[in-house]
Design a protein around this ligand. Sequence first.
Ligand code: CA
Length: 660
Amino acid sequence: MKRICYFVFLAFMTANVWAEEVKIASPDGKVNVTVTDQGGIPTYMITYDGRVMLKPSRLGLKASIGDFTAGITIKGQKQSRIDQNYEMTRIKTSQVHYVATEAVIAMQNAQGWPLTVTFRVSNHDVAFRYTLHRGQNDTPRCALVYSEASAFNFPQHTTTFICPQSKPMDGWERTKPSYEEEYKADAAMDLPSQYGQGYTFPCLFHVGNDGWVLVSETGTGSNYVGCHLSDYQKDLGYTIAFPNQDEMNGMGSPYAGIPLPGSTPWRTITMGTTLKPIVETTIPYDLVEPLYQPTHKYKPGRYTWSWLIWQDESCNYDDQVQFVDLAATMGYEYCLVDALWDQRIGREGIEKLSRYACSKGVRLMLWYNSNGMWNDAPQSPVGCMNTSWAREREMKWMEENGIAGIKVDFFGGDKQEMMKLYEDILVDANRHGLQVIFHGCTLPRGWERMYPNYVASEAMLASENVYFTEHHARQEGFELCTYPFTRNAVGSADWGGVLMNTHMSRDNKSRHPRYTSNVFEMASALIMQSSINAVVLCPNNLSELQPFELDFLRELPTTWDETRFLDGYPTRYVALARRHGNKWYVGALNGTQEPISMTLDLPMFANQTITCLTDQPLKKSKKAQENSLQLPTPVQKQLKVPQDGKVQITIQPMGGIIIR
Ligand code: CA
């Protein structure tokens, strides 16, 4: 990291006659942050290109060492430039150049206790965190943080795309909160949250014609609680909220414990006049560092997964052989064996299955239940991931038997104790060469960089809901056109889709249908980012799909060197371009019932012939189409892109487009 200190300013001691004001500008000068201590209340405000993105919003926290929300004076500040390059292998881009202005602001509370607030301001992101210090006699050496006043006070004309935090110990087998709730589109700020528990990160705000803002946090592992946003409070806006005391069956503290001196995780605010900076942001990774080195070279890839369509009944040796064979046929790297394998296949059976898979060039990943005593989820194996001795025994067995990764499910809660469990699983898994996917879980907060064997999390309404209910099958377009701007913008997401069965059943005839087109499903694998991506093919699909569909699914990359936002609006449609090596892929989804036309700017394809996969429009009335079980036929055609790189496309209702 290169740090050039170009500006040092120490505030003149003014005996509090007037407020101190600190101004911080992004390297391009467009983002401006103003921090003040007016009236003893620390606040910040943000403008982007002269437009107010956040009105004066409170800073500060309450801790066991003192109250830092009032009686605050700014004592001084120091600004420097951060200029950092780093490489990533499993997010939306591979080379990151992070340039920011850092301001370290020294504050002091009414008792004279110091507090440092550090801001990092880059061209589209503002981040801040608090550092707490020891007092006189160099004590105490640790502290509890009880609450944060940190607020996000948006202009009045702002609307929201946010997802409610669920009640603790609620839902199926008391496994919530697990970030599996429904977003509302363009809702008013003062609409009470559905469960009275505020909103999960990330939270997307539409600041009218002035632009878009995404609020989240990063750098939270075992060092803090996972936070969320409160309900909207008049005059304050949204504030940082801590976990509910009742999470984890009431065990553990809802407060954060930190050593002194020690820092909180970063609060992040990503903004722009369009959605481009939000889709492309790397802020979750810019602010964290790898916490350990990988012990193995972790391989990205695709996995087959019987459970989504064939469900629990498929957890038997013979069905799993079919999905291993399917992975081998498709050239996929992995096959995920879901819950109940310990009872229905057994450990010896898994050893045999793993040997069979390895002989076909496929490696197994295994599902585990996280619990413990924090929920009632009955699926086994249980009791293998909640203690260090059990993990060690289990992971050693996995390593000896060629298992490549684990999917650990059913956590529930953001207390520090639970955040520590995620970290402990990751650290132990790394020792045994295991990559890790979490389900029924919290949002990852910079984890792809912090933990080199971390792959992705669920932390959204994932594909299982398309299977479970007709409602979610109909909502699939809405949800997949929301995540690129929210959940997947800040962390790899195990959507677990590319559902190629037309009906949510093993016979592919019974139960409810899929409402999205084949091309929508295939394009979703370009839209949703996870370095190990599920492709929910079933063996029957091999004879049902057209050869060019299977060709695309065989080719499907899962790692990206570059991601570009092309067009979109949350909940309605999205078009992204992603580069894998020298090859560009464009994916577009329409989540609505109307065709959507747009001109894509594709300079990377200028003067080239592209292959375009689209849906043949259905010749039916809209009403008939909405209730239709008939999906449009995918067609593949070649197109010559003009020199200006402009390509006119129309995406069919609940359809998609793939260009490569
Ligand atoms: Ca789930």
